[in-house]
Design a protein around this ligand. Sequence first.
Ligand SMILES: C[S@@+](CC[C@H](N)C(=O)[O-])C[C@H]1O[C@@H](n2cnc3c(N)ncnc32)[C@H](O)[C@@H]1O
Length: 240
Amino acid sequence: MKSNQEQIIKMFDAISSSYDLTNRVLSLGIDVSWRKEACRKALELQKGNDLVIADIACGTGDMILHWQDFTKDKKVKFIGIDPSSGMLEIAKDKLKDLLLLEKLQLFLAQAQELKILKNQSVDILSIAYGIRNVVDIDQALVEFARVLKKDGVLVILEFTKNESEGILDRLAQFYTKRILPIIGGLVSRNYKAYKYLPDSIQDFLSTDVLVEKLCKNGFRMHIIKSYSANISTLIIAIKE
Ligand SMILES: C[S@@+](CC[C@H](N)C(=O)[O-])C[C@H]1O[C@@H](n2cnc3c(N)ncnc32)[C@H](O)[C@@H]1O
């Protein structure tokens, strides 16, 4: 019997080839503006010209492409980490220019085991729609705090649990729970994977609990912002 964590990674392997298309259809491209804002706000805190940016749970590499767009005037070393070989294969193709220029390294690893990153070696660490899939979140936060430099910036984008009862919140919950698995299932031909999405949001932490855990691990909050009837949340925190 595979562990829950192994099953989650296997599921991402199974949907890797249709992931980008399904993602764009389901979010209608809105996630692009959330990702861009995350990069812009984080870079306001890191004005240096020489940066190490690590994207954890990098998947097919979208966040790294955004980081690249926003740092054209800087000397940046990019690191992408994900435990799904299927997702990383797609990333390798999308990011081949950065790989050829030796500006990017991709590694197969999990957020809670970042052995390939040295202590205090990273200026910006991002994890976009990834932390929800990490079974041992506490250990992942210990690792994020370990690898970030002092005053390093942590960027989390995530679908956090929303228990508000407002009309827009309920509409958003209806979309996520009822519509999204059907559309996601049709595009990816994997209903189970897209049923996992609302289930994993339901099982995930609320923003308040996640923030509390971050503070306990030595992070100071800079931005906590929700988008689209609280569907998505951006947290930018600074390592003290
Ligand atoms: C929803 S995708 C997000 C991918 C990408 N960050 C994006 O924004 O499109 C979630 C990713 O988390 C990865 N993942 C699953 N378990 C993980 C873990 N324990 N540590 C790090 N990444 C994990 C999956 O392989 C998958 O690529």
